[in-house]
Design a protein around this ligand. Structure first.
Ligand SMILES: [Zn+2]
Length: 307
């Protein structure tokens, strides 16, 4: 395995896993076996409704779309790539439908797999669209008094240009009911200035907290991490390289400590097991028996976009 192999924990996890279809032969006996071992697949079948009721007259276009398919009344442009996996993979993320397939699967076979899963794809595209809309509604309005999530609590940002607070400095006061962050900015500060000042402060807290939590879990897992960098990737919470470098998304600081700890323990566990095999999850479990619950919270809780 590559020394610098990076493993990612991505936000696309938020959608239930895409159905895995055996691909060779597409309708062979292996399919039944595969389907029955996959709970998501079963769920889809149970929830099945006539296609026309599920698929809207609509068009969904992935920004990196390379192929297009008509599913019922719905026109879906999707990002397609060849992968080393042995099955056709489908995932619906914030950008739309992504499909991967092994090299030996023909495009015709890929398309028939997509038609077979049209119901699931349509549902997920609609759900994802609604989710994105909710996120849009929750957009942060950067002004004096704005409230945002911080460590699972609420943090209110107050502008304070009084002489007691130095220009561009920040002062944190712990709640309850609300934590407050006083920023040394004038009341006429622009939304961008406020956002940047809050971000700078959150990133400083993130770096200090993540370092502390990495040092807490590393000895328990018997691993050594080398370097922490903060990311602001739109689709990843964290990654780990075999050389001990850990990347964590600074926006994790919106979440409760229990959830942050899950991502920290997850990435550190990759320093022992570089994949998501049962052995990997056993490793996570060894230091965090309730990791599945925390993982679910991370998947379910929506964060407002940072803009
Ligand atoms: Zn992972």
């Amino acid at each position: 395995m590559s020394r610098f192999l990076q493993l990612v924990l991505d936000l696309f996890d938020s959608a239930p896993p895409a159905p895995k279809l055996p691909t060779n032969p597409p309708h062979g006996p292996a399919q039944g076996k595969d389907a029955s071992s996959d709970t998501t697949f079963q769920q889809i079948t149970v929830l099945g409704e006539p296609l026309a009721q599920v698929l809207p007259h609509a068009q969904f276009t992935h920004p990196r779309a390379t192929r297009r398919i008509q599913l019922g009344h719905t026109d879906v442009a999707y990002a397609f790539r060849r992968s080393k996996r042995r099955t056709i993979g489908m995932a619906v993320g914030p950008d739309g439908l992504e499909v991967s397939a092994p090299r030996w699967v023909t495009l015709g076979e890929v398309e028939s797999a997509l038609r077979e899963k049209a119901d699931w794809i349509g549902r997920k595209l609609v759900e994802m669209g609604e989710r994105q809309q909710q996120l849009g509604a929750a957009r942060i309005d950067w002004r004096d008094g704005v409230v945002l999530p911080y460590l699972g609590d609420q943090l209110q940002v107050l502008l304070d240009s009084s002489a007691t607070l130095k220009k561009n400095s920040a002062q944190f006061e712990e709640g309850p009911p609300l934590h407050t962050l006083r920023l040394g900015l004038p009341h006429h500060a622009t939304p961008e200035q406020i956002r940047d000042a809050v971000q700078a402060w959150l990133m400083r807290q993130a770096k200090a907290l993540f370092t502390e939590r990495l040092n807490h879990f590393a000895p328990q897992l018997g691993v050594q991490w080398q370097r922490l960098s903060l990311s602001s990737a739109a689709t990843r919470w964290g990654s780990a390289s075999a050389n001990g470098a850990i990347r964590l998304n600074w926006r994790l600081v919106h979440h409760k400590l229990a959830v942050i700890d899950y991502v920290v323990a997850h990435e550190l566990s990759h320093l022992r097991v570089m994949d998501h095999s049962p052995r990997f999850w056993d490793t996570v479990h060894s230091v965090m028996p309730d990791y599945a619950q925390r993982r679910r919270v991370l998947k379910d809780e929506l964060l407002p976009p940072w803009q």
